[in-house]
Design a protein around this ligand. Sequence first.
Ligand SMILES: [Fe+2]
Length: 384
Amino acid sequence: MTAGFEFILPTRIIFGSGASVNLSKEVMNLGHKKPMILTDKGLINAGVVAKITDSLDIADIEYTIFDKIEPNPRDSTVQSAYEAAIRCQCDMLVAIGGGSSMDTAKGVGVLMSHGGKINDYEGLDKVNRPICDLIAIPTTVGTGSEVTFWSVITDTARHFKMSVGSPFIAPKLALVDPDLVASLPPAMIAATGMDALTHAIEGYTCLLAEPITDACGIYAIKLIADNIRDAVYTDLKEAKANMLLGSLIAGICFGNSDIAGVHCMAEALGGLYDTPHGIANAIMLPYVMEYNYVANTEKFAEIAKAMGEKTNELSVRDAAYQSVEAVRKLNQDLGIPALKEIGTKEADLEELAQRASVNVSVPSNPRKVDKEAFKKIFIKAFTA
Ligand SMILES: [Fe+2]
């Protein structure tokens, strides 16, 4: 019998070409007068932000732009964005960008509605009432943060990526517009796309998975695997749009189940070396799958099938192992570097394993994992 479960999706989603142009209408519908846009300088220079804020200009809606968001956003950035929002008397937030912008905006929303420092809210359900309204407009194909209720922020004192989780921090609305990712650079699609694939695989296989997250997870795995190579290596707009959709559905999956060992290790790498999140996940994904597949061969066999592996003639165990091979081939095709090539030092592996082992998602990993197991996986990836 299926075990009982709870599924929450607090975010209204509008997906489609031109969806982001609805921003002014949606700000007015929510009854707000002065949004703060949280983004980064790259998106401003590329003209992406102007394309979206044009609708605010036409509607005569006053707004402020905070453009200092960095990859792996820090607690200090959340604090300065919050202070800017208070100074400018903003009444809502609009995040334009990847996970960094959206996660920072969630953190700012927490401070605007609850006060204190973002570090006070580390963990699950410390935020216990709604934050101010937040509209999320993703411009990468990886994070899914537009529909999740997690915000990952670097605690600068501890060099640690802490997680703040609560359904109350989810965006009110996600405007998911394929036009915004049509000219995304190939390297960015590869990195953020592998983050999305990791979300789908971990969301589908982790111990908190349930039937609705299973449906979303396996659908997202297939959609991403079918489209990621075309999205990186060709100009096919449909492939990029499908990646954006895959990332969104993967977000719905892991937002309700969890992430697992790959993210524990990737966040340790991000905290110590500032490694781009998607690259860190892509590097660790096949190694953690190789460790995990024995704990749920049926699901890993389904992953192999969804990724296009021929598994009909194989035993369930061998089919499950093919999912590891499928991800290895994908990493090769996308030119994902090895763990050694991103500046990892052998002397740091112990510390990385320690940091991975205290991640809030460790208990969700499909196979029991601890510091020693993380260390072995890091060593295997480092010596490959
Ligand atoms: Fe991620």
